[in-house]
Design a protein around this ligand. Structure first.
Ligand SMILES: *Cc1c(COP(=O)(O)O)cnc(C)c1O
Length: 462
């Protein structure tokens, strides 16, 4: 299995190098040279198997020689052992033909744990074998940083530095980053906003000397291994609802397009997915693109579903690569135009995107109203991101095709918005009930690239 860059100018890599590299050297994202196929009989055979076994069968063809079968099985078993639900990704029914896929039973209560818990172990395995050390540096608006810290805490060959905007993440998100006490974990509160943190990280990656000196690595959602881990729950959910003899649709609360792109990979592998529905909050660039073909930036407004407040949706590049017939230079040109504000899709590309994707938008009032309505109708309490998906999904239910909305975070992660909508403050699950009492450890840093690099040089263990 080889991986190629969406911009066509970087060397082809095998799985382990794709994983350790993150971003391709030409600025592109890695995708499989050819997507392996799972036939209908093998899909049917997933019915009733434990989540870990399904994960093994789906992931195995993508990793090539990087892990032998026994090692891959062990990494997967370890990754999901501490999830708070035996099914890992249980389905619950919301309405006739409408289901929620609960992806928030991992240690940081968001779907990002599914990928991060697995790639933390994959990194450790490969780095130990290669006797290599790396420094993971990432910026977060909340969920990615906590999932990364939880996955990489205590690992021997890794330091993990997470930059977050001081005072702008929720208490639960901050404490998930600042309470792990392992020496290789560094939560850095930057005096700036999320874009400042993100810009600082990008500049560190662009500085080849610094990059080599500290062994910089990225685990943000462009990392192929994360997308791969997320394809698994599309299979388990669809099979539980009758695939392969029955088609299933998915609605996905979308920001960086990583989670929904995993759904497209599942479909390309042979899973009978009918529609993949992109659900956006009022930061709706992807909905506008699928409606009009114009991919134009318009500025980001804060919402009560902050993990979707994104305008440059990195993984969308992977979908563009597909609908432009894997033409790297064409994708590079679009990305160049995006830096200046946006681009228009060709008619052919737009038509092909619409063969797989639908879209819808949910504003702030509708998000709150959906949390209220779902509580009233089902007793179920959903987080604001999930509510965006549930609203968009409810508008297009089809009696012939079950709809699955991805529940991307636990409501207790966003207690203020949920309490305003329902009058009920969702409690943390018992296994983390003491989160608010644990001591915090955080470095405060100025919004200054030189100071941040110095901090990383001095604090990482070598
Ligand atoms: C990250 C995140 C999303 C968006 O997922 P993408 O893969 O970036 O599209 C949605 N909801 C929650 C709770 C998240 O943490």
């Amino acid at each position: 299995m080889r991986y190629v860059s969406t911009r066509g100018q970087a060397p082809e890599l095998i799985f382990e190098d794709t994983m350790l590299t993150g971003l391709a050297r030409d600025g592109g994202l890695y995708v499989p040279a050819a997507v392996p196929h799972i036939d209908a009989r093998d899909i049917r055979a997933l019915a009733g198997v434990p989540y870990e076994e399904a994960a093994f069968r789906v992931i195995r063809p993508f990793v090539g020689e990087t892990f032998d079968e026994a090692t891959l099985r062990r990494l997967i078993e370890d990754a999901y052992r501490d999830f708070g639900h035996a099914a890992r990704a249980p389905l619950v029914q919301l309405a006739p033909g409408h289901f929620l896929l609960e992806l928030f039973h991992g240690p940081t209560l968001a779907f990002k744990d599914f990928a991060m818990q697995l790639i933390g172990r994959m990194f450790q395995e490969v780095l130990t074998r290669r006797k290599q050390r790396i420094t993971i540096v990432g910026a977060t608006s909340g969920d990615t940083g906590s999932a990364a810290i939880e996955a990489f805490r205590g690992l021997e060959n890794v330091d993990v530095f997470i930059l977050f905007p001081y005072g702008r993440v929720s208490d639960v998100q901050r404490r998930q980053m600042t309470t792990p006490d392992e020496a290789n974990v560094h939560a850095v509160a930057v005096d700036g906003d999320f874009d400042d943190c993100q810009a600082a990280v990008k500049e560190m990656f662009a500085d080849a000397t610094f990059r080599d000196e500290v062994g910089l690595a990225a685990v943000n959602s462009i990392n192929w291994a994360r997308v791969l881990a997320q394809t698994v729950y599309y299979f388990t959910a669809a099979v539980a609802l009758g695939a392969p003899h029955r088609r299933v649709s998915f609605t996905v609360p979308t920001g960086n397009f990583g989670d929904i792109f995993a759904g497209l990979i599942a479909k390309r592998m042979g899973l009978p997915i009918d529609r993949l529905v992109v659900a956006t909050n009022r930061n709706d660039i992807l909905h506008r693109t699928l409606t009009s073909g114009a991919h134009q930036k318009a500025g980001v407004a804060p919402t009560i579903s902050p993990s979707m407040d994104i305008e440059v949706s990195s993984n969308f590049e992977r979908a563009l690569f597909e609908v432009y017939d894997r033409d790297g230079p064409a994708v590079s040109q679009l990305m160049f135009e995006l830096r200046a504000g946006g681009f228009d899709l060709s008619q052919g590309a737009l038509a092909r995107l619409r063969e797989d994707f639908d879209s819808g938008r949910c504003d702030e009032d509708e998000t709150a109203a959906t949390i209220t309505r779902v509580r009233r109708e089902t007793g179920q309490i959903i987080c604001p991101h999930t509510a965006v998906g549930a609203k968009v999904a409810a508008e297009r239910l089809d009696p012939a095709v079950p709809m699955v909305t991805l529940a991307t975070a636990h409501p207790a992660k966003f207690p203020d918005a949920v309490e305003r909508a329902t009058g009920h403050r969702p409690p943390l699950p018992p296994r983390m009930a003491d989160l608010m009492e644990r001591p915090e450890r955080v470095v405060r840093a100025p919004n200054d690239l030189t100071a941040l690099k110095t901090l990383i040089r001095e604090r990482r263990s070598s």
